[in-house]
Design a protein around this ligand. Structure first.
Ligand code: V0D
Length: 254
């Protein structure tokens, strides 16, 4: 595919894009999909038009990740803080999983993608939760890309809940305080069973973690772009991975 792309570019530029190294694709990529509202505003559209357009980018990047052989793709779709947004906007957002899955679930199944959700289910509207859970159920035996939606996710809450579970193990005498290890926290996080992300991507120019996977991102490479999420293309995605690979080669030389 890249050979064809490069052949097509042919003589139009003599500085060809650095090729992706197919043997060093990040296993787990996490993305903060920021800039949907700003994208809409820049075009004189309502914010919800940006969210809707952002859904198309979710599809585009999921398929690109799958083709590249990424094993886990975690997308920050809705944070525990996002409930503070105007009620109408929250209601619109909560319809997106159903809409996305109605259009895309069959193709995800055809591509052996496994859908997962990482977040607090209890506060979600029933119509949202049932759509997501049905997709999770229908794809749970798939062995391809794990598409992990962080939905009503917040990292500090996740860590507090993990500490609470450890507290219960201590109270019951199953665990002594002196024996607490990283592994105890890890297995109590919502991300248990996933490897830590190798690469974090955040779009739309903000250079913060915004309560996203604070524990899990401790050693991850980070890549930021000013591009708004609805405009994030396969080429931007490849650029992030190329930069990840350049950094890996640099460390390799040390
Ligand atoms: C809006 C940009 C897909 C970020 C992407 C409820 C903001 C589009 C989903 C989705 C959202 C979630 C779970 C699932 C299938 C699809 C989604 C939300 C927002 C928040 F199983 N896009 N998307 N969920 N946006």
């Amino acid at each position: 595919m890249f050979q064809r792309l490069r052949a097509r570019m042919g003589k139009t530029s003599d500085k060809q894009p650095e090729a992706l190294d197919r043997d060093n694709i990040p296993e787990h990529i996490a993305i903060i999909m920021d800039g949907n509202g700003r994208w809409a505003k820049s075009r004189g559209l309502p914010r919800v038009a940006g969210h809707h357009s952002g859904m198309k980018a979710v599809k585009r990047i999921t398929m690109a990740a799958d083709r590249l052989g990424v094993k886990y793709l975690t997308l920050y779709a809705f944070s525990t803080e996002n409930w503070k947004r105007p009620k109408a906007e929250v209601e619109f957002l909560m319809k997106l999983p159903q809409e996305f899955l109605a259009i895309e679930l069959q193709e995800l199944i055809d591509n052996n993608v496994q859908v997962r959700m990482m977040g607090y289910k209890q506060d979600l509207p029933e119509h949202t939760l049932s759509a997501v859970e049905e997709a999770v159920r229908q794809t749970e035996d798939n062995t391809g890309l794990v598409l992990n939606f962080a939905l009503n996710y917040g990292s500090r809450k996740e860590m507090i809940e993990a500490v609470r579970l450890i507290g219960e193990d201590i109270r019951s005498g199953r665990l002594a305080p002196a024996d607490i290890q990283e592994s105890h926290l890890e297995k109590s996080l919502l991300s248990s069973g996933l490897p830590d992300p190798d690469l974090l991507i955040r779009t739309s120019g903000e250079l913060r973690l915004s309560n996203f996977m604070l524990w899990q991102l401790a050693y991850s490479e980070m890549w930021f772009t000013d591009v708004y999420w609805p405009e994030f293309s396969e080429e931007h995605f490849y650029e992030a991975i190329r930069e990840y690979q350049r950094r890996a080669r640099r460390y390799g030389g040390l």
